[in-house]
Design a protein around this ligand. Sequence first.
Ligand code: SF4
Length: 244
Amino acid sequence: MTITETQNLNSELADLSLDKCLLKIDEMYGKKAVFTTSFGLEDQAITHAIFTQNLSIRVVTLDTGRLFRETYELHRNTLLRYNKQIETYFPQASDLEPFLLKNGPDSFYSSIEQRKECCHIRKVIPLERALVGAKIWITGIRSEQSGNRSDMPKVELDSAKNIHKVHPILNWTWENTWDYIRSNNIPYNTLHDKGYPSIGCAPCTRAIEPGEDFRAGRWWWENEDTKECGLHWVDGKLTPKKAK
Ligand code: SF4
């Protein structure tokens, strides 16, 4: 893949609505396109658009094994609502079991290195397996989630993975997202009603207070600069500060 291909794809998709953007990707790539969902509000909007248009884009989730009960309930409710398949990728026992034997279950609180290793085993490696053979990786990233990426394009080249990342709702606001969810009666994580705008693993996510940053509840014990899980590195830079 080349920068020119990325720019051309961006020109094709940049101004399309969510539905049309996904339809176009489906026409061009079919099952070579993968959407990763963590069942957050943005992800539920994209899942709805894929499933209701009967697209062949693969919908994939990474089950870290440490998710909230509410997230598993939403996973189940989403399957019941759409009657479609969501591929679930789990950490590999051969990676996780030695790590747990050496460090115990909650070592992510003890150091940044331990936390990143846990994210690597539970998220990054399963993601790599999920993206094997894929040409397009669709995400629910919104530019509003990062104060310094307002100029971010809808399509990026992740040259390390040799894949195009597409962010179909990049320009949506939090309010736009809620409007879409409510107007289409889309199931959503009930934790959003309890102060959790961004939802990841249960031990690493807390509710936020009014006025706090959108992502203040993720890895709240860490310095702001270290808060990433390795999923969204593009050519050595972090795509917005959103973790899955
Ligand atoms: S968010 Fe926490 S529990 Fe989940 S993979 Fe990362 S360190 Fe492990």
